[in-house]
Design a protein around this ligand. Structure first.
Ligand SMILES: Nc1ncnc2c1ncn2[C@@H]1O[C@H](COP(=O)(O)OP(=O)(O)OP(=O)(O)O)[C@@H](O)[C@H]1O
Length: 255
């Protein structure tokens, strides 16, 4: 796969005009498996939210996502577990695109849900309330929902945080299957050994793009140092960013 799935053009993102990500230009090839790494507060979740259509850019544009369905897994801390819903009902929400607001779930939909739960090792959990799940079980259930979403673009924000090794290995296997199916997968991660082992492409972000390309070329000692130097504390009194310079990541790289 070499066509471009998503192009970011001089993208600046932030909150109430205060930028959290500055001047990001890059092209993600269709079907690529991409890690987004960087220090705390580097803007990784902000970027994922923008790709998921949850945050309007302050400046610049995202191309390539308008006609593509996007499945988004937010950070686990932002998922409300107190909502009174069963595992089956939560996973079935992944079929929203197929059922619509007035549609009803059919036996075939419930069977698809059953199979997705089986694929993530949660057979028999259908009727459990989500607030009774462990953190790892909840993450497995959320991956089952992603399976039903069946989207060509999958965005994952720290999908393996607070998840044990066995669950991580199972979910990584799913992620590789999505990659083999030609989906574009973008994941925010902190475990650099995991990134080196599983992700061919990496974006290193420190509020500005530090490096983008083949993971081995990006995750160097020098780039890590640059990221630490570029990372400044978020200043909510900073002026609106007026810069127009572009970082040199506009070229596509092969998946
Ligand atoms: N809703 C918000 N309102 C105001 N500022 C925000 C909001 N969300 C994030 N920020 C700020 O934007 C900056 C980038 O945050 P973001 O969550 O994108 O970082 P991150 O790289 O994902 O960090 P971490 O690794 O700690 O999860 C931070 O300084 C953060 O405080």
């Amino acid at each position: 796969m070499n066509s471009t799935a998503i192009t970011l053009q001089n993208l600046t993102l932030g909150y109430e005009h205060h930028p959290a990500v500055h001047h990001l230009s890059m092209a993600l090839p269709s079907g690529s498996l991409v890690a987004v790494v960087g220090p705390n507060g580097a803007g990784k979740s902000t970027l994922i939210k923008a790709l998921a259509g949850q945050l309007r850019p302050i400046e610049g544009e995202v191309h390539g996502l308008v006609h593509q369905r996007v499945a988004w897994l937010p950070q686990q801390t932002s998922v409300d577990r107190s909502f009174p819903i069963t595992v089956q009902d939560m996973v079935l929400l992944g079929l929203w695109h197929a059922v619509g607001a007035l549609g009803q779930f059919t036996a075939a939909h419930r069977q698809a849900c059953h199979e997705a739960l089986g694929a993530v090792g949660l057979h028999g959990f259908e009727r459990r309330s989500i607030d009774t799940l462990s953190g790892g079980q909840m993450q497995r259930a959320l991956f089952a929902r992603l399976m039903l979403q069946d989207a060509p673009v999958v965005l994952l924000d720290e999908p393996f945080a607070a998840v044990d090794q066995r669950t991580t290995d199972d979910l990584l296997a799913l992620l590789h299957r999505w990659h083999e199916q030609g989906r574009t997968v973008v994941a925010v991660l902190h475990d650099l050994a995991q990134v080196r082992a599983h992700f061919p492409l990496t974006l290193l972000l420190a509020r500005e793009p530090v490096a983008w390309g083949a993971t081995a070329d990006v995750l160097t000692e020098a780039n890590g140092q640059r990221a630490l130097c570029m990372q400044e504390p978020f200043d909510e009194h900073a002026p609106v960013c007026e810069g127009t310079h572009q970082r040199p990541f506009a070229q596509a790289v092969s998946a």
